[in-house]
Write a protein that binds this ligand. Sequence first.
Ligand SMILES: [Zn+2]
Length: 313
Amino acid sequence: MPTLKKQVKISGVGIHSGLPVNIVVKPSEKNGIFMKRVDMTGTDLIPATYDNVGETKMRNTTIGKMNAAHVQTIEHLMAALFMVGVDSAIVEIDGAETPILDGSASEFIKAFNAVGVTDGDLKRIVVKQEVIVYAKDVLKELPKFVRFKIWVMNKLMGRKSDGFVKLSPNDGKSLDVSATLVYSEKIIGKQSFSYSYDGTKKSINDFVKNIARARTFGKYSEWEYLKKRGMGRGANEGNVIALNDAGDGTLNKLIWPDEFVRHKIIDAIGDMFTSGGIICGKLESYKGSHALNNLVLKKLFSDAKNYDIVTKK
Ligand SMILES: [Zn+2]
């Protein structure tokens, strides 16, 4: 049950609320990552687990219930905890959203590495049978009017709901992620990226060097729309890649031309860590989303034949 050697305080603003927020990530003897809303009295610890994910519609992952104590946009923080190898911690937070920082996982990883991590291995969840979920499965769970709205939007924008996320067996020793994005915006187009995590320094360094700094992205023209609806208020050119209206350029400088799909790997890693361990298997994400990542874990754990849990190497 590896945890942090000391507590870490990180401050910033929430990407949707734009409000200042502080988190204190504390060492814990209790296994699991838990969030605690210290700005709300009488609330329990909120387990950051796949079966406690409340909402994935706002292009982020939220744990807890939206009408009660919850924490939004946990995925970059979760990816960072995974990468430093912490599976036990209590995250005290004085707002409803984690700080967006630079829109990536990089700052979290740096802060955790600065204090160090106690010894121990993460448990391994070995995929034994293929599990696949489709964008259509996500749509099925939504109310009819929302489905209709999405259908109209897709028609107008020429988008197809043909995404899927698949978990399948590999040698059982690594998490092999491959992600593909398909966008009509020319600057993104079709991009693919692969990353393999096997717990070695080499694979962790590979993530830190080539993936961790990749930022989230959005259309600049959507910002005003979102801001009016109380979303994206903390978004700025320091933490979100802003696509121009023509979709053929960005307002801020890209770190890599395929920074978009590299960011998807962060999201996938963070979402997979709501399993509580290392998902050992192949994760294929085609036009994936937080909703699909969550659904594939629910499906994996719905049948004991799909996986094995190995607590020791
Ligand atoms: Zn993200």
